[in-house]
Design a protein around this ligand. Structure first.
Ligand code: UD1
Ligand code: MG
Length: 461
């Protein structure tokens, strides 16, 4: 019979080996936290509810858990993984007949596909407790599985193991499924008489065996998912595995990724078919990229929405911005948050924009700063145009209506509005609104002193 299960994720430990001021499990991996990766995986298995054991930096951990609909239980002192599970006793008081899936919070590579057969085996065998094991080429750091000819199985932690036991390559992964009632009957029997002076959850295997409960082991071949991230090198290894997983997923969906070794794409990024990502590209956050786009080398995109057939040329950075379809950007363009580039627009070399809507088919080809502006359709912004949007205290808006031509080297002192189809002469400093269809020009008239240079040259002699 299919028993309901509850997810219980252990996330109270500081992560001493990580040597960080921030709790280990809140460090990011491709735009999600390590804990977030685990919670997402367990959620996909359809638990009846999810609990997270919190302790160290608990306010932040509680917030993160809430994003995945998980509720906290507090472990006031971190006395070991067995003690951590005991902290959930009250929260599970009325769930005695259900199963609880206990997972260490530092297993960010776990996939639901790997855990599903584990749940099935537990149910099929009618076990009180099933734990997850694997045979690793290098078992260093893991608890080793001891299977005596007679008597119950047990786990021995590396610190407590004899040199001979350390040679065992079958290890405990840190994932357990147990009937709630049986688990809480056994937990008070754990002792902390070991090298670390902690209540090890792993001892539950032997204790439940001794109590005559049915204990099973599920040995998996998915060894690459079982990195328990204890230090920053293990995090780097987990990151590199996840990165390739994401890149492979995109490639199989029809995205060309020319050089996986230099491409970084966050976990929540979506890219449509026939788009090409060139080498040395970083795409972060919840960015969405449409079909048939080209992203050229050294582009950095953070949380943007990009439409179809866009070209982002080299060394461009765009943050929290929207690009509609057939937009061309770069090289060396910077869009700061709140920029919207409408379809068919073109923004080129050394142009910075911020909180600006830039209309359909409009162009800003070179060396400009456009901030807090509304630029309508078919506008031409000449090289070196600057919106002077800040007076040291407040920000002001620049509005440029449809079909306007701004000559090169212009300063638009906001607040200011340039009327439809108007022209602004090159080199102007515009401080007042310009009427539709007018030509505004505000530069000193050119004068000439004939022969001046020659006279000067003579004086020098
Ligand atoms: C644990 C297992 C080990 C296994 C390995 C797999 C124990 C005693 N050992 O070792 O057999 O091979 O995982 O990766 O369980 N935590 C708490 N409260 C505490 C202590 C820890 O919530 O008091 C949490 C941590 O935040 C972490 C998880 O439990 O997410 C595991 O703790 P960790 O210290 O990483 O255990 P390992 O030494 O890796
Ligand atoms: Mg660990």
């Amino acid at each position: 019979m299919k028993r309901e299960f509850i997810g219980l994720i252990l996330a109270a430990g500081k992560g001493t080996r990580f040597k960080s001021d921030r709790i280990k499990l809140l460090h990011p991996l491709l735009g999600r936290t390590m804990l977030g990766m685990v919670l997402d995986c367990i959620k996909k298995l359809g638990p009846q509810k999810m609990l997270v054991v919190v302790g160290h930096q608990q306010e932040d951990v509680v917030q993160e858990a809430a994003l995945y609909g998980a509720k906290p239980v507090v472990q006031a002192k971190q006395l070991g993984t067995g003690h951590a599970v005991l902290s959930a006793k009250k929260a599970l008081a009325s769930d005695g007949e259900k199963d609880v899936l206990v997972v260490n919070g530092d297993l960010p590579l776990l996939r639901p596909e790997t855990l599903r057969p584990f749940l099935n085996v537990h149910r099929k065998q009618g076990n009180s407790l099933t734990f997850f094991s694997a045979e690793l080429p290098d078992p260093t750091g893991f608890g080793r599985l001891i299977q005596p000819e007679s008597g119950p199985m047990r786990i021995v932690e590396e610190k407590d193991a004899t040199p001979r036991q350390r040679k065992i390559r079958e290890v405990n992964a840190g994932i357990y499924l147990a009937k709630v009632k049986d688990l809480f009957q056994a937990l008070p029997r754990l002792s902390n008489k070991n090298k670390k002076g902690e209540y090890y959850l792993t001892d539950i295997i032997e204790v439940m065996g001794e109590l005559g409960k049915k204990v099973g082991v599920y040995k998996s071949s998915q060894t690459d998912e079982l990195i328990g991230v204890n230090d920053r090198f293990e995090m780097a290894q987990a990151l590199s595995e996840l990165r390739m997983r994401k890149i492979k997923e995109l490639c199989l969906q029809g995205v060309t990724i020319q050089d996986p070794a230099t491409t970084w794409i966050d976990w929540d990024v979506r890219i449509a078919r026939e788009s090409t990502i060139h080498p040395y590209v970083v795409i972060e956050g919840d960015t969405k990229i449409g079909a048939n786009c080209s992203i050229l080398p050294f582009v950095h995109i953070i949380s943007c929405t990009i439409g179809r057939e866009c070209r982002i040329l080299t060394s461009t950075m765009i943050e929290e911005s929207i690009l509609e379809n057939r937009v061309q950007v770069g090289p060396f363009t910077h869009f700061r948050p709140g920029t919207v580039i409408r379809s068919g627009a073109k923004v080129g070399n050394f142009v910075e924009m911020k909180k600006t809507v830039f209309g359909r088919g409009s162009k800003a080809g070179h060396l400009s700063y456009i901030g807090d502006a509304e630029v309508a359709d078919d506008v031409n912004i000449g090289a070196g145009t600057i919106t002077c949007n800040y007076d040291g205290v407040q920000k002001y808006k620049t509005i440029i209506e449809r079909g306007v031509f701004i000559g090169s080297g212009t300063e638009l002192v906001a607040p200011v509005r340039i009327g439809r189809e108007a022209y602004v002469g090159a080199g102007s400093t515009i401080t007042k609104d310009v009427s539709p269809n007018a030509l505004a020009i505000s530069r000193v008239r050119q004068s000439e002193k004939p022969g001046w240079a020659k006279k000067r040259a003579r004086k020098k002699k």
